[in-house]
Write a protein that binds this ligand. Structure first.
Ligand code: MN
Length: 437
């Protein structure tokens, strides 16, 4: 449901927020954890507005917000968003409304809120939440078919895919924040023509463009979350890169699925965009009539009418050679989350159908939202047809897989006529050489 916070005519007294091409308009108001870069300050929660961060701890101390919004902003004094995430949708919405009113042109709160701003260029981030558990889904049928064809040419899409939102339990300890670097992983691989595996630095290091979905209030173990209530358990969405070592994956993945090929690094963006901010960008959940329709517990009128989100996504790649030649990063993928085979609500409901308990701050990966067309694939393994057709890059280089020093940037945003543009910022990660033996 749209409300006054979505009004595209709203303008902020933070003038940079009125840039029509910017990510952090007054209609967005995403959350992160931050402090002044290089300082010993405690991390605290903030909201992005234009080129500024609104320090929620300082807003709480100022006493400018009352009632439920006041309760919610008090949780912003903490060094993670978990407490705010646990408060639930009514509290998040009250805070959003109060901040929207206070940041508008002509707001009487301007002087007091202005004192709580920190330039976004001067801050550093940590993970937005203590992530107890991380689950990675696989919700693009195009991605699943493309990947399946490379791993199992005769049997690309397994029969369960169109019935079950497929996922695996990932690892939270190796989730890092945008801007990080990580070492190329070592591991067992069965090289072509070899009789036995060898321990190698992965030669087929890849990206997976995904969205990260942060849980709000959880459920008690032994209970499930019906689809009608599922989105009330979702705090918001960020960008996520599920780095993947395809040579290690091909050897280890059967029969239990991804393990060391994926748990060495996952990078997420600092800003979490709330579902309320995404409301103008809901689109129909579409399931071809020729496909199995979702089982009753994964189906609802509301989910069909607007359970999917049209989030534009782009992947940029920059090599050390491009950096030293001052070339702009190459755009290697452009897709939309609207192509997902399963919605956020379906993932939440399916995850809890067995009584599994979710907790505030838990993270889901959406799976790579590859679309049907060329250039809409969110992983190199798809874009290069398993490494056979390297991507040509500016400056004459090419890439089948990531090389040391390569930097990958994910971007996400929403725009359409009649709604304000909102964005996710960026999610950046750089590959370091494998650790010295
Ligand atoms: Mn993944």
């Amino acid at each position: 449901m749209l409300n006054e916070t979505h009004d595209p005519a709203l303008r902020s007294w933070v003038t940079a927020a009125n840039d029509v091409a910017g990510d952090f308009s007054i209609q967005n108001l995403p959350f992160a954890v931050f402090r002044r870069a290089g300082s010993d300050d405690a991390f605290r929660c903030g909201v992005a507005i234009g080129d500024q961060v609104l320090d929620l701890g300082a807003v709480a101390d100022s006493g400018v917000l009352q009632g439920l919004a006041g309760e919610a902003v008090a949780a912003g004094r903490e060094d993670k968003l978990n407490t705010l995430m646990a408060l639930g949708a009514e509290a998040w919405s009250a805070l959003r409304l109060s901040l929207s009113r206070g940041l508008r042109e002509g707001a009487t709160q301007q002087p007091r809120l202005q004192a709580c701003l920190v330039p976004r260029a001067d801050v550093e981030h940590q993970l937005p939440a203590r992530i107890g558990d991380y689950t990675d889904f696989y919700t693009s049928v195009f991605h699943a078919t493309n990947i399946g064809r490379l791993f199992r040419p005769d049997n690309p899409l397994l029969p369960n895919y169109k019935w079950v939102p497929i996922g695996y339990h990932g690892r939270s300890s190796s989730i890092g924040i945008s801007g990080e670097s990580f070492h190329r992983p070592m591991g067992q691989a069965m090289l072509p023509g070899a009789q036995a595996p060898t321990v190698v630095a992965s030669k087929r290091l890849d990206i997976e463009l995904e969205l990260g979905i942060f849980m709000g209030p959880g459920n008690v173990r032994g209970t499930s979350i019906p689809i009608s209530d599922a989105e009330n358990h979702v705090f918001g969405i960020c960008l996520l890169n599920d780095w993947s070592a395809r040579d290690l994956q091909a050897w280890e993945y059967q029969p239990l699925g991804p393990f060391l090929a994926k748990n060495f690094a996952t990078t997420i963006s600092p800003w979490v965009v709330t579902l309320e901010a995404l409301e103008p960008y809901r689109v129909e959940f579409q399931r071809p009539e020729s496909d199995p329709q979702p089982l009753a517990y994964l189906d609802s009128k509301k989910n069909r009418a607007g359970g999917a989100f049209d989030i534009q996504l782009r992947v940029e790649l920059e090599t050390p050679g491009m950096r030293s030649a001052f070339l702009s990063p190459a755009h290697i993928c452009r897709t939309s989350y609207r192509h997902a085979y399963w919605t956020v609500a379906q993932m939440v409901t399916h995850h809890t159908v067995n009584g599994c308990n979710l907790q505030p701050g838990d993270l889901f990966g959406s799976g790579t939202p590859s679309g049907p067309g060329a250039g809409e694939a969110g992983a190199l393994i798809e874009l290069t047809d398993g490494g056979k057709n390297p991507i040509a890059l500016p400056g004459g280089e090419s890439r089948a897989w990531l090389e040391d020093g390569d930097r990958v940037t994910l971007r996400g945003w929403c725009e359409r006529p009649g709604a304000a543009r909102i964005g996710f910022g960026e999610c950046v990660g750089t590959v370091l050489p494998a650790p010295a033996p």
